[in-house]
Design a protein around this ligand. Sequence first.
Ligand SMILES: Cc1cc2nc3c(=O)[nH]c(=O)nc-3n(C[C@H](O)[C@H](O)[C@H](O)COP(=O)(O)OP(=O)(O)OC[C@H]3O[C@@H](n4cnc5c(N)ncnc54)[C@H](O)[C@@H]3O)c2cc1C
Length: 359
Amino acid sequence: MADVLIIGGGIVGLLSALSHTDRGRRVTLVDAPASHPPASWAGGGILAPLFAWRYPDAMNRLTADGPARYRELVSRLAGYAGLRHDDLCDSGLWVEATGAERESALDWARDWRQRCEPRALADAWPAAEDRDGVWFPEVGNIRNPRLLKALRARLADQGVRRVEDRAVAVEPEGRGATVVLAGGERLAAPSVLISAGAWSPSLLAPLGVSVPLFPAKGEMLLYRLAPGQVPSIVLTENGYLIPRADGAVLAGSTLKEGDASTEPTEEGRRRLEAMAASILPALADLPPEHHWAGVRPGCGRDWPYLGEVPGTHGVFAAVGHHRNGLVSAPASAEFLVQLMNGETPFLDPADYSLGPSSS
Ligand SMILES: Cc1cc2nc3c(=O)[nH]c(=O)nc-3n(C[C@H](O)[C@H](O)[C@H](O)COP(=O)(O)OP(=O)(O)OC[C@H]3O[C@@H](n4cnc5c(N)ncnc54)[C@H](O)[C@@H]3O)c2cc1C
C-alpha cells in the first residue's frame, strides 16, 4: 500500500509527489490526462501573476519567490526528458502601467522585494509602439509542457507508481481514504491529496466541501519567429506575448468562466490574433502555428484552497489555483506536503483552509 495517494498529475500533483518522495514516502499518482488535459500543459508559464500588485498577500506569499523556486527546480531536473536550462527563459517581464497603476506596481515591488523599475516599452524593444510601464528583470517563463515531462520522468525514477485512470470517488476512512477508479480498481492510503484541477469539485462535493470553484477556459496561440525578436514577456490589459528561448512566441489568453471545454474556437483565435498584432504589428501577417485551449481551476477568490478536507483525517485538497497555478505550485506543494506530514508549515494554514471560516 502506498503511504500517499495523489489524484491529479498537473503541476500541483506532480510537485507534491516529488516532495513526498524526497521524504521517503511511497507515492501512487492517479491521473486521467486523456479525458481531462491538464491546465498545467496548456498554460503560458509566466512566473508571476498578471498584475501581481492586484492580489492579496495570501497569493503573494505563494508567488513572490516563484522564479527562484523554478531556478532551483530546473537545475534539479535538467536532462530529464530533454529538459534544458533555457526552458526556464530568463526573459524579464514588461507590464503596461501608467499613473496610479504604475505607482501601485512600484510600491508592491518594494514591499515584496522584487526588482522593478519604470520603463517605456520602446526603451527595451525599439520595434514596439511606445507605451509606459514597469519592468521586472527577474521574472521569466517556464516551458511548462517540457517541465511536466521531466517531472514525470523524475518521479518514475524515484519509484512513484503512476495509474492512468480517473478517480470517481474518495471514500474517507478512519485514517486516509479509499479512492475508487473508473476502471473499478480501489486504492487505499492513509494520506490522500485531491489535486485534480478544474475537475476537483466532483470529488469534493460528496465530501461536503462547498468552496467557490469553477472551470475557466483559456485559449492560446503560438507564433514561430527567429529567437530574440520579442525580447521579454509583454503584458497589457488585453493580453500578453511570451517569448521562449527557441523563438516560439505565445499569445494569450482568453478567459471564459464556467466553460470546461477544451476545443479552441474561431472567436478565440480572432481575439488573440488582434491582441498579438496590437503589441507586435508584424504578427498581423504571420499565421499562428498552433492554437489550443485549457481549463483553469477557477476560484471565486484570488488565492487557492490548500488543506485538509473538514471532517476527514488525512484527505487533503489543493484546488483553485486559477490563473496562477504554475507560478505558485512549488510553494503550494511545499506547504501542503508539510501539512500532510505533520511538519510545521511555512504559511498560516488558516489562510488557505477549506473549512467554513475561510472566505
Ligand atoms: C491558457 C492558460 C494560460 C495560463 N497561463 C498561466 C501562466 O502564465 N502562469 C501561471 O502561473 N499559470 C497559468 N495558468 C494557470 C495554470 O495553468 C493552472 O492554474 C495550473 O496548471 C493548475 O494546476 P493543477 O495541477 O491544479 O491542475 P491541472 O494542471 O489541470 O491538472 C489536473 C490533473 O488532474 C487530472 N484529473 C482531473 N480529474 C481527475 C480524476 N477524476 N482522476 C484522476 N485525475 C484527474 C487531469 O487529467 C490533470 O492531469 C494558465 C492556464 C491556462 C488554461
